[in-house]
Write a protein that binds this ligand. Structure first.
Ligand SMILES: [Zn+2]
Length: 168
């Protein structure tokens, strides 16, 4: 999951908050790719993305477990959850990029989860153009020079296409 891209000459910065297709062991920390669906038999037919869904009450012993030799720790998605912090090295790198970029694209983020939510407004405060691509306005939209409303799969490509005034 990419939460914040910014163009830095000439490379692209992406702060990655993890992948739902990786697991992390809560005991030994081992991370592994995992594309099983469901991830374990007890989760078959469970986990609908409905906030009114009742607790599935799956016994802990039926939850997915680490397969590292002698571990058997509980597995969780290898993502940064609310309340957890991003890696300090990533934050340090992001700060340097934010201080030196001359264009910032904010693609598909709600701009409500910190610290990422402060990145683009921090750039905009320097007078640097920020373009937000989102399905809806966010709390930060008014602080940005550009807002492209709609699915980023539809809005991003034409916005980044070579303009007719540019030389070939
Ligand atoms: Zn483990």
């Amino acid at each position: 999951m990419i939460i914040f891209p910014a163009l830095i000459s000439p490379s692209l910065l992406c702060v990655n908050v993890g992948s739902l297709f990786k697991t992390r062991c809560m005991m030994c920390g081992h991370e592994a790719a995992n594309y099983k669906s469901p991830i374990c038999a007890a989760l078959e037919g469970r986990g609908a993305p409905d906030p009114d869904t009742h607790d599935a009450q799956i016994p802990v012993e039926q939850l997915p477990r680490c397969e590292q030799r002698g571990c058997n720790g509980l597995l969780r998605p290898a993502v940064v959850w609310f309340g957890e912090t991003l890696d300090a090295d990533i934050l340090s790198f992001a700060e340097k990029a934010l201080d030196s970029c001359d264009l910032c694209l904010v693609v598909g983020t709600s701009s409500v989860v910190y610290p990422a939510a402060m990145f683009a407004p921090q750039v905009a405060a320097r007078g640097v153009p920020v373009a937000e691509f989102n399905m809806e306005n966010t709390p930060a939209t008014e602080r940005f020079k550009f807002h492209f409303h709609g699915p980023c799969g539809t809005t991003l490509t034409p916005a980044l296409a070579r303009h007719e005034s540019e030389l070939n």
